[in-house]
Design a protein around this ligand. Structure first.
Ligand code: ADA
Length: 574
């Protein structure tokens, strides 16, 4: 299942799950050669590292399956995530290519005959100059079809995308609904677009589409009787948009799309962050999509287990470090009322790495796809970019400025931030709505967390961040699961618990903070390489509060004590 709710009542849509034929090849195009054999079976979705023969394989993996089309249609394939570069072949012909593991892409194949067709997906997870964002790093770039694949049969214009923007004014909810309608056919079509939300029927109007054209329709409507979405009561509604033949809404609809939405606002005011006008303090975790048995392709049960553990510790927030997450995880956050910081894909890129000729377009694409695809999740309250990149340089600043501008143009309804480790050298705080610091007192430095946090506030104030809310976006320390010692030396669970305690004691008692995210929820696999960062013992980042199998370390109860003990909603205004 590709989402946690049904997306269509009219459109014929199915996920192509199960096992596909699999092989490894030297280069993607070899996968579509008629002579190519596929001796393995591989689960879809999954990471190939979970197969015993490919646990450390980096290269090209080719997947093949046969799909059956019942009657002539345009076929739309949606790939929710292929790591990291995808090459798609339909009946031996290349139809699409896409970079980045963490965002979806689609391809429409017109006039597909009824019968059997061969779909081949070549996934490439090699590091090279062609990839500016997937690089050797402090997390692992897995290989394969890591998120669901959806096949849709289109017989008419279709609703490609919906955007829902709630607004609260004079004590009442309204919302702007924007529909993007596409015509995959080779003749002009005129369709009517209607919708339903919370029992209210509305019309978005009529649109005429030339062959291959796409148009947007948008209108605002009042929804007087809905309940707000909030962390305490995450009320969700189905937004169901249907297409009809022009002037003929009595006939059955031609197409439909269902989104699930929530009514809430996010604002920043007086140096604080508000959800529905109430000041909130985010208390949560940085989380990598990583599990020893599943790699980056966690099944829904394990995603939910992660959120259940976070909730058990009293967390109300999660940061999708350092890339856009699986939509099903975001769906679960919508359902459970988690507040999500979602960020684009980048971690710790130096200025030299940002000069990769592919950096600009690859960032532009991941930013656009992240916002377009995840726009409707009420749980997402912040967008962020470029974790720990070169925001301390004038040249880096140009990238931060352009990317934050791009996000603002795509979505004016959410505040923007980025996580900085540049301390007093930071040059970009004036560009963001919220200032966020990654600082590791007690681990990488010997500083006192409270004094450092106050110092960080002063740095932000001097560097263009005055009056903006502030978040401690990363802090923590290594704790090797099972390594316990009364001496509490570095790396023991005891020492990690001490570091977490000192940091949480400081931040939960700092009234000027709007949030804190522990680094990190679970231990994660990292690139196995040399160099100070990547030579991590066991090729894993061991700063998890639970280990890779989600077994709690000693720090778990410390977090629980602090997160459950403090009040995360400070005032009630709405
Ligand atoms: C950084 C970075 C994380 C992780 C962490 C650490 O701040 O953003 O991805 O590498 O440090 O464990 O050192």
């Amino acid at each position: 299942m590709e989402r946690m709710f049904q997306n269509h009542e009219v459109r014929i849509s199915r996920t192509i799950e199960g096992t596909w034929d699999f092989t490894v090849v030297d280069e993607p195009e070899m996968s579509a050669q008629a002579s190519q054999s596929f001796p393995y079976r591989m689960a879809v979705p999954s990471c190939w590292e979970t197969h015993p023969d490919f646990s450390i394989y980096q290269g090209v993996g080719a997947y093949r399956t046969i799909v059956n089309i019942r009657r002539e249609a345009s076929v739309r394939l949606i790939f929710k995530g292929i790591s990291h570069t995808a090459h798609i072949y339909w009946d031996g012909v290349k139809v699409a290519q896409h970079y980045n593991a963490y965002t979806a892409f689609d391809v429409v194949i017109p006039d597909v005959r009824p019968g059997e067709h061969t779909l081949i997906v070549a996934a490439d997870n090699r590091f090279s100059e062609a990839s500016a964002l997937h690089i050797p790093n402090d997390y692992y770039t897995y290989g394969g079809i890591i998120r669901p694949v959806v096949l849709e049969e289109l017989y008419s214009p279709y609703v490609r995308q919906l955007y829902f923007t709630p607004e609260y004014k004079s004590g009442e909810w309204s919302a702007e609904v924007r529909a993007v309608v596409s015509n995959p056919n080779d003749m002009e079509r005129t369709v009517q677009v209607t919708g339903t939300l919370a029992g209210i029927d509305f019309s978005l109007g009529t649109v005429t589409l030339a062959p291959g054209a796409e148009k947007k329709l948008q209108k605002s409507f009042a929804f007087p009787d809905v309940s707000s979405w909030s962390p305490e009561e995450p009320s969700l509604y189905q937004l169901h948009v249907r297409l009809y033949e022009d002037k003929d809404t009595d006939s059955p609809p031609l197409d439909d799309l269902i989104e699930r939405v929530g009514f809430r606002t996010v604002t920043t005011r007086d140096g604080k962050l508000q959800v529905n006008g109430k000041d909130v303090v985010l208390q949560g975790f940085n989380r990598h999509e990583d599990h020893p048995m599943a790699g980056a392709a966690l099944p829904v049960s394990l995603m939910l287990h992660d959120l259940d553990l976070m909730r058990d510790m009293g967390a109300n927030a999660v940061r999708t470090s350092h890339y856009p997450n699986d939509e099903r995880f975001l769906d679960l956050c919508d359902e459970l009322g988690f507040l999500v910081w979602e960020e684009n894909h980048a971690r710790g890129l130096s200025l030299e790495q940002m000069r990769n000729p592919n950096f600009v377009w690859q960032c532009e694409q991941v930013n656009r796809e992240m916002v377009e695809q995840h726009y409707n999740h009420p749980s997402i309250i912040l967008w962020a970019i470029l974790n720990e990149c070169a925001s301390d340089t004038e040249e880096g600043r140009e990238h931060y400025s352009r990317q934050l501008g791009q996000l603002r143009a795509l979505d004016a309804s959410r505040p923007l931030t980025f996580a900085s480790h540049h301390r007093e050298r930071e040059l970009c705080f004036d560009l963001a709505d919220i200032v966020s610091f990654n600082l590791y007192p007690g681990w990488y430095t010997d500083e006192d967390p409270k004094a450092l946090c106050e110092q960080a506030r002063a740095w932000a104030d001097q560097a263009g961040g005055a009056g903006k809310p502030m978040i401690m976006s990363e802090f923590g320390g290594d704790g090797y699961y099972g390594l316990r010692d009364k001496a509490r030396m570095r790396g023991t669970e005891e020492r990690q618990a001490d570091i977490i305690e000192a940091n949480l004691a400081a931040y939960t008692s700092s009234p000027f903070l709007s949030g804190m995210y522990i680094w990190q929820f679970c231990d994660c696999r990292v690139t196995d390489a040399t160099g100070w960062l990547l030579s991590r013992a066991g090729a894993q980042n061991s700063k998890g509060i639970v280990d890779r199998y989600r077994r709690p370390k000693l720090a778990y109860d410390v977090v629980k004590r602090y997160f459950k003990g403090s009040q995360n909603v400070i005032s009630n205004e709405l």
